[in-house]
Write a protein that binds this ligand. Structure first.
Ligand SMILES: [Zn+2]
Ligand SMILES: [Zn+2]
Length: 378
């Protein structure tokens, strides 16, 4: 008749000791008795007993069996071989107390869905002033047939009978300290602790289906090329009824035929007639938000920049728009009516820059270039 060992006595704990107390007791004894620490043969024998006791009492199932009278290491049985010293003490402590081997339970089928990014092409004015878009998104949503559970209608996942719902199976391996328990994810249920016997026919147990849906999004004023807008929870639904990921909108700003954007400011070029530049004028110009008046002061030079304050783009997440900067190009006429030419000659004469008619061909260095210089004040 095998004789049961007194595991509680060996570890020096009460019969109602909790898991933490048992662990502490074993750790304390192992530090004293481990062969690497103390090579005394008698102590090694005791260390083996202590380890066996811990193996039984630290495993709820084995401990329950033991309490009911069944001892897996009853003395007539063959305890594991104990000669193979060579594992360092620290390895042993890792094996029992951590080294990343945190206790695992069954893992949930529900996992968070993936994030998704979609590209949104916008015109400059949409970027500047904001817009609302209906976006068509290909995504995964909760399966309407099983509501994410993954099971066929009227059925549910059942407890795995390989692991009894624990999600992992334990294995006894022999090592120098006797027998050791190792755990790995249950092959019967993949670690979930439950098994879907009848998968949902619509989603094949995934709990979600692919679909195309349309969402209305508001794009704030001031976004620019490369801005990412995060829409929390608008990404793919997770498997097993898990929460959805996020949807990111990546803004792509289409180039504009007139305006070039630099931050919140816009830049453009306006060509004005020579006379307007010389005498000053008020011109109508197009801005991104409609026509506006541009005051040309007398004597305006080619290349001069005139700001139209507040006609740039809105600033994202704050108040106050940027400006429209108008770069002026003064246009010199290439062809003059006889009457116009006569007036310009009179002007040249007034400024003491008279040239004999016909001596220089138009376009050559001479009269016209000097005229242009005269207007440009050189
Ligand atoms: Zn389904
Ligand atoms: Zn299982």
């Amino acid at each position: 008749m095998p004789v049961a060992n007194d595991y509680y006595g060996i570890l020096g704990v009460r019969r109602d000791a909790g898991a933490e107390e048992i662990k502490r007791a074993y750790r304390r004894l192992a530090r004293e008795l481990h062969p690497d620490v103390n090579p005394d043969p008698q102590l090694q024998e005791r260390f083996k007993e202590v380890t066996q006791a811990y193996e039984v009492l630290s495993d709820p199932e084995k401990r329950q069996m033991y309490d009911l009278g069944a001892d897996p290491y009853a003395r007539a049985g063959a305890p594991g071989g104990f000669g193979a010293a060579g594992f360092p003490f620290s390895d042993l402590m890792d094996a029992f107390f951590g080294g990343g081997a945190a206790p695992r339970g069954p893992r949930s089928r529900a996992r968070r869905g993936r994030n998704a990014t979609i590209r949104v092409d916008l015109d400059l004015s949409e970027c500047a002033f904001g817009t609302t878009r209906d976006l068509v998104v290909d995504t995964a949503v909760v399966c309407p047939t099983c509501s994410g559970e993954g099971t066929a209608p009227g059925t549910h996942a059942v407890t795995c009978d390989v692991c009894n719902g624990r999600g992992e199976v334990s294995q006894v391996t022999r090592s120098f300290i006797g027998q050791m328990m190792t755990s790995r994810p249950c092959p019967g249920c993949g670690g979930f602790g439950t098994v879907i016997r009848k998968p949902c026919p619509e989603c094949d147990a995934d709990g979600r289906v692919r679909t195309r849906r349309t969402i209305k999004v508001r794009i704030p004023a001031g976004v620019e090329d490369g801005t990412h807008i995060q829409l929390a929870g608008e990404g793919e639904t997770g498997p097993g009824g898990g929460p959805p990921g996020d949807l990111f909108l990546e803004i792509v700003q289409r180039p504009h035929s007139i305006f070039e954007r630099q931050g919140d400011d816009l830049h453009c070029t306006v060509t004005i007639p020579m006379v307007a530049a010389a005498l000053g004028a008020t011109l109508q110009v197009e801005t991104l938000d409609g026509p506006a008046e541009l005051d040309i002061r007398p004597g305006t030079q080619s290349g001069q920049a005139i700001p139209l304050y507040g006609h740039g783009t809105e600033h994202l997440n704050s108040s106050g728009p940027g400006d429209l900067i108008i770069h002026v190009t003064v246009e010199t006429p290439t062809k003059l009516e006889p009457e116009q030419e006569e007036l310009l000659r009179q002007l040249a004469k007034l400024r003491g820059e008279e040239s004999p008619p016909g001596k220089f061909a138009p376009g050559q260095h001479g009269f016209f270039s000097r005229l242009r210089d005269a207007f440009n004040g050189r």
